[in-house]
Every structure is written in C-alpha cells, then in structure tokens.
Design a protein around this ligand. Structure first.
Ligand code: PAF
Length: 278
C-alpha cells in the first residue's frame, strides 16, 4: 500500500490507473478510522479495481470555536487498518499541501444553511470545498460516503450533479455499536457516563419510526416525542428536524422516504444521527 503525501504524486498515481482503464474507488476521511469508515473501504474494494483512502483533518470545515486541534488522530493505526482492508493507497497530505491562501470556495447554497448548517454555518462550505479538491486530485470513478452524515451526503450529491463531476457517488448504511450508537470518531469525547446515555439517539429515532409505523404522520407530534425521549438523559438538544430528503425542507405530513435527523450535545461531544422513515 502506498502512502502518498503530495498532490502531484496522487495525481500521477490516479492518472496511471485511469490510463489503464481502471475504476478508482475513493473513501475520503478525516482519519481515526472506525468500523463505519472500514465498511466504506470494504465496499470500495468489492466494487472497484483501485482503492484510495484519504486522511486529512480539513481545517476549513471547523469553525474557530470547534475541535480542530482536539480532533483525534492516529495515522499509524489508520495505516494498519487500511492495509488490512487491502486499500491500494492512502492520500495523507499536510494542510500546506492542500491549502495555500485560497480565495476559491465551493458552496451548495441553501442546503448548507439548514439542520447542522444552522449551528455550524461555515461547515458545509469547508466540506464541499475540500471534497471537490480531493475529487480533482484523486480522480475517482466512485466515491463512498457514510449516511450517518446524511446532510453531507445530500449536499455532496447536489454538488456532484451541479458541477458535473464525472463520478458515481455511493451512500453507505450507518454502522452502529452493539447498543445502537452510530459509530463516529467523536464518540471518543464521551465520558463513561455519557457513553452509557448516548444510545438514546438511536432509541429516539426508533421511537419516531414506531410512531410512523403505527400511523402517526404529524411531524410536530413525532418531534415532541423524540425531544422528550432525548431529554430524559439530560443532553442538550441542538435540533430535531423532520424533512424531505432531497430538498432538506420540513415536511407537513410524514411519508415513507422522508427523514428525521437530530443533533445533541453532551459535555464535549456533539453527536448526530438520522433515520429515513420506512
Ligand atoms: O465526513 C468526513 O469525514 C469529512 O467531512 C470529509 C468528507 C472527509 C471531508 O473532510
């Protein structure tokens, strides 16, 4: 497995694969890999001839008051995990390699201002900017994203469509711990006590699904029940929203294929989760 640190070498690697007509499966990450990331690498490995994982903690998607410095990093462990999954290359650039006083940003306007975008106004602009740069550098034919970051997936999909990126975007199911907590690098910030409480996100989403299955279609009723369930743990609720999955606009009546997403704060961790109603 190659560890590639420069844009020039990454381009040369991908150009060589493309020239041979090979498919390139790309998994963009910020490292500190867990089973959720590895499920993306496995899928890329199963579907593509060449697999590239990027590891880059992208400063432009963190606001000044957020956890850029504290974000967990462990490159040696990540490297071993990628090797085990038979990835062909890791793209591991420095911040200087990726950014030198940029004046150009990519923004998917309305979609980035709702849900997580309300609390993190510059976040998705940073994500779409770095993802478009990574697409231009790694030149994938297929790119794999986890659906835990549902809004991120919807926004990147819109960007790919709007800007005619020549690749297939693949959304992959959320991977959960045994007790239902969605895997996330930020789970590391939870204290022991909070870790015990954190499965409440998934439990509250299951409650929403149960209510819908029993015939409840009023979003306000479902939202209130979810808020009540989350509040039992004392976590601070950032938002609970029911919405249409392409436009991310609120729904007036819940239908199959609509979704619910939520974000809560424990002391140091902001956790998100979502469910598409079936
Ligand atoms: O989902 C993530 O880990 C990041 O937002 C991504 C897509 C790697 C861009 O930095």
């Amino acid at each position: 497995m190659d560890v590639i640190k420069t844009v020039r070498e990454m381009r040369a690697f991908s150009n060589a694969a493309r020239l041979k007509g090979k498919t390139i499966g790309f998994v963009p990450t910020m490292g500190f890999l867990h089973k959720g990331h590895l499920s993306l690498v496995k899928k890329a490995r199963a579907e593509c001839e060449v697999v590239v994982v990027s590891i880059f903690v992208n400063p432009t998607q963190f606001a000044p008051n957020e956890d850029l410095k504290a974000y967990p990093r462990d490159f040696e462990r990540d490297k071993e995990l990628c090797e085990k999954e038979n990835a062909d290359a890791i793209f591991f650039p420095s911040t200087g390699e990726m950014y030198s006083k940029p004046l150009t940003f990519v923004e998917v306007e309305e979609l980035g201002k709702v849900l997580c975008g309300k609390t993190r106004p510059s976040h998705f602009r940073g994500v779409t900017t770095v993802v478009s740069k990574l697409f231009n550098i790694a030149k994938p034919t297929h790119a794999y994203f986890g659906l835990k970051d549902f809004q991120q997936f919807v926004i990147v999909k819109k960007m790919v469509d709007d800007l005619n990126f020549d690749l297939e975007l693949v959304g992959c199911p959320i991977v959960r711990e045994e007790d239902g907590l969605a895997m996330s690098s930020r789970n590391k910030y939870l204290s022991k006590e909070e870790r015990k409480k954190a499965p409440v996100l998934n439990k509250a989403l299951s409650l929403a699904q149960e209510m819908f299955s029993r015939g409840e279609t009023n979003p306000a009723n479902v939202r209130q029940a979810v808020i009540d369930r989350l509040s039992e743990t004392g976590c601070k609720i950032d938002y609970v929203k029911l919405f249409e999955t392409e436009s991310l606009k609120p729904v007036e009546k819940i239908g199959s294929g609509n979704a619910i997403a939520l974000a809560v704060f424990f002391e140091k961790a902001r956790l998100i989760d979502n469910r598409v109603f079936e």
